[in-house]
Design a protein around this ligand. Structure first.
Ligand SMILES: Cc1cc2nc3c(=O)[nH]c(=O)nc-3n(C[C@H](O)[C@H](O)[C@H](O)COP(=O)(O)OP(=O)(O)OC[C@H]3O[C@@H](n4cnc5c(N)ncnc54)[C@H](O)[C@@H]3O)c2cc1C
Length: 414
């Protein structure tokens, strides 16, 4: 659908990424990841770097390509066909880079953003803790100031890329006084990997395997004070910004997962026979294809328009609402599309003969990571209430169109 709306430059970029997805990632890599034979796909990251596909939105002087959100969404739709692990490893530099690019000092950008975009340093975002991920401000990791350093203690878990990260972005409490508003007590640190940081790859994941999702323990880890991002207590402010890449990358990457499954199932339905005819002829099958492609085009419309709104510098609160809606809608719709594809394939779709079962396992994570669907709903309604209650509506007052609109005595509010 969007082919006709893309600029020439973006169409070329999409072809480049499509070529990369086709040729630079052998099926054997995906198979090894799924079998947990690889815990961190270094070769894939090297290939991305060679093609200059890391951190494409960031300025050229820091190793990026100076592209926009629309371009990144285009790339992720392609990369998504490789599954959620590799899509996530493509997205991590975008997520961590957002904080470095928007809030980092020149030194921090030279030391971390540039080598990250050049593929010389790998990164990961450490936010979730064993005690929970949804309650961001309830973080229990601490960073206490001692001289010129902060001393970091605590534990994070489910951190994709932890296994291979050279540096981590870690949220920790810098103000321990419970009387201080928790929204001002968190800070974000750039933490270089060292021997005091214990990373363990220990969870048996349903899908999204091989992306290096680890548990991290910090025991008296010294972090130089120049590695704080923006300033002490600015963790919340930065998190509200990192939400944008976190959610938009998931929303766009999952289109690729679903699109791949739908393509397989559609082709299959033209070959597989039952009751003497190809199953495509049964409306029970072909209408699932109709529903699926409609869903995917609706997801694209929302995700691409969100990207364009961000490129057009929509206000921050609207960006937060749009990325949360996009993430919620895309992950739900893609889950449905992948299930439709499996249904169309019958029993063989449930086996490892086709990749649909792997992509379905990957897709289940969509409604959980980078904030659950419930947390998306919290943000969406919160931002919309704020918008409606602060807005002076200048359009029609439709309440007056009711037959008994003047029955003021019936308008009780409790
Ligand atoms: C494979 C994988 C990769 C991940 N990658 C990363 C990563 O790279 N970095 C990182 O920091 N984290 C990562 N995560 C963590 C992920 O973001 C969290 O799991 C997620 O945010 C939910 O947190 P939780 O698991 O602690 O669940 P909880 O926060 O304990 O939530 C449990 C349930 O309660 C619901 N809930 C909680 N609060 C509310 C509320 N106020 N209203 C309604 N419902 C609510 C939730 O929606 C959920 O259904 C990853 C997780 C997985 C499984």
């Amino acid at each position: 659908m969007y082919d006709y709306l893309l600029s020439e430059e973006n169409r070329k970029f999409r072809e480049e990424v499509r070529e990369f997805v086709k040729n630079a990632v052998p099926p054997s890599l995906l198979k090894k990841l799924d079998k947990d034979e690889i815990q961190y796909p270094t070769e894939y990251l090297k290939a991305l770097a060679k093609q200059n596909l890391i951190g494409v939105r960031f300025p050229k002087e820091y190793g990026g390509r100076g592209l926009n959100w629309e371009s990144e969404v285009i790339a992720l739709e392609e990369i998504g066909e490789l599954g959620s692990s590799l899509a996530c490893l493509f997205s991590l530099p975008s997520i961590c880079g957002e904080a470095l690019n928007k809030f980092g000092t020149e030194d921090q950008k030279r030391k971390y953003l540039k080598p990250m975009c050049e593929g010389k340093k790998c990164t990961a975002e450490a936010l979730t803790e064993p005690r929970g991920g949804s309650d961001f401000f309830g973080a229990t990791c601490t960073a206490e100031k001692k001289g010129d350093n902060y001393i970091l203690n605590g534990e994070k878990r489910f951190v994709v890329g932890a296994e291979g990260a050279d540096f981590l972005l870690v949220y920790a409490k810098t103000i321990l006084n419970p009387d201080i508003d928790p929204r001002n007590s968190l800070s974000l640190f750039i933490v270089d990997r060292n021997e005091d940081i214990k990373v363990e790859y220990l969870f048996g994941l349903l899908g999204t395997r091989g992306g290096g999702a680890g548990r991290i323990r910090f025991k008296d880890v010294e972090v130089p004070q120049e590695n704080i991002l923006l300033k002490e207590g600015a963790g919340g402010q930065i998190f509200y910004q990192m939400m944008v890449p976190e959610r938009l990358t998931t929303a766009s990457g999952f289109i690729g997962l679903a699109r791949a499954c739908l393509r397989i199932a559609t082709k299959y339905s033209t070959k597989r026979k039952a009751f003497g005819q190809t199953i495509k002829n049964f409306q029970g099958v072909s209408f699932k294809i109709s529903d699926s492609i409609t869903l995917l085009d609706a997801v694209r419309a929302m995700v691409y328009n969100t990207a364009k709104s961000i490129d057009a510098e929509a206000p921050a609160s609207l960006q937060r609402r749009l990325v949360s809606e996009s993430k919620k809608f895309s992950t739900k719709a893609c889950w449905k599309v992948i299930n439709n594809a499996m249904q169309i394939m019958g029993g063989i779709g449930y086996t490892t003969v086709y990749p649909i079962e792997r992509l379905l396992r990957d897709a289940r994570l969509g409604e959980i990571w980078t904030g659950t669907t419930e947390i998306m709903n919290l943000i969406i309604q919160h931002e919309y209430y704020k918008e409606i209650l602060s807005d002076k509506w200048l359009g029609r007052d439709v309440e007056q169109d009711a037959l008994d609109s003047d029955a003021e005595e019936e308008k009780h509010f409790g």
